[in-house]
Every structure is written in structure tokens, then in C-alpha cells.
Design a protein around this ligand. Structure first.
Ligand SMILES: [Zn+2]
Length: 153
């Protein structure tokens, strides 16, 4: 009889341990869920649609784009050609090579192609090619801004 009681206590003890770990697991899941909610809220408010750097570019570059054919490298040629074809689009985009800072003070991605700057900058060229391709497809300036900011930002 005594041994039965001991066995019973051991059994109950085991169940209690199971209950404790179950509650711990539930608590951990609730904490994880809360963290996930906080993360989703944080990231959706930190980067809402239309908040990329290109949406703050006011542009206003007036100088002419250099003639593309003077550049021997295909990447440079295509960059200048895209800028020449879609001046207005390029003037609404931020250049992620950070040439808006000193000493260049570029107004927009268009500024990269009014002198030799764009000839040696892969970032400028890739942005111009992607933006030019999207403009050729008839995408809106805001669609292009969003894509460029997501790809290069
Ligand atoms: Zn640039």
C-alpha cells in the first residue's frame, strides 16, 4: 500500500512536470507570437510603400546627357542610352552610389550621365538600365521608383 502511494506520487509528480513544461511552451509561443507582431508592425511602419529615397528626389537636372556612342564599354553605353531615352524618369530617381553627397552633389540619377561620372560607376549604370527597361515597358514613375529603391536601397 505504501509503495502504491509512492508510485502515485511519482506519477503525479511526472504529470506536474509535464504540465509545467506545457505551460512554459505556451508562454514561449505567446512571446514569439508577440515578437512577430511587433516585428511586422515595426517593419511595415518603418518602410511603408513609397518611402524609398527616390520618392524624396526633386530632380531638376537640366544639362544634356552625353552621347552614348562615345563609350566603348557596353554597360556604359546602355546606361547613357537609357538616360538619354528617359530623362524625366532618371530625374526622379535616387542614385545609390551616393553621388548626392559631396563632392558631386547630384540632383538625381540623371546627373550621373551629364558628365563622365556614369562611365565608370556600375551602380549608376545598372540603375539606369533597369529604370530604362521598365520605362520601355510602360511602367509608371512610382512603380520604377519603388523597384529601384527595393533593388538598390
Ligand atoms: Zn551616381
Amino acid at each position: 500500500m505504501g509503495s502504491k502511494q509512492k508510485a502515485g506520487r511519482r506519477g503525479a509528480g511526472g504529470n506536474q512536470a509535464g504540465g509545467r513544461s506545457g505551460r512554459w511552451l505556451t508562454g514561449a509561443l505567446i512571446a514569439l507570437g508577440a515578437l512577430a507582431v511587433v516585428a511586422v508592425v515595426y517593419f511595415s511602419t518603418a518602410r511603408p510603400a513609397g518611402s524609398g529615397k527616390s520618392f524624396r528626389v526633386t530632380g531638376g537636372e537640366t544639362r544634356a546627357v552625353l552621347a552614348p556612342h562615345q563609350f566603348g564599354k557596353l554597360g556604359a553605353f546602355m546606361g547613357y542610352a537609357a538616360a538619354q531615352r528617359h530623362r524625366d524618369v532618371m530625374d526622379h530617381l535616387y542614385c545609390y552610389c551616393q553621388c548626392d553627397r559631396p563632392p558631386s552633389y547630384h540632383k538625381s540619377l540623371l546627373s550621373c550621365f551629364v558628365d563622365q561620372h556614369g562611365a565608370n560607376c556600375d551602380v549608376c549604370q545598372e540603375q539606369a538600365r533597369q529604370a530604362g527597361r521598365m520605362a520601355d515597358e510602360g511602367k509608371s514613375i512610382d512603380e520604377i521608383r519603388t523597384a529601384i529603391d527595393r533593388t538598390f536601397g
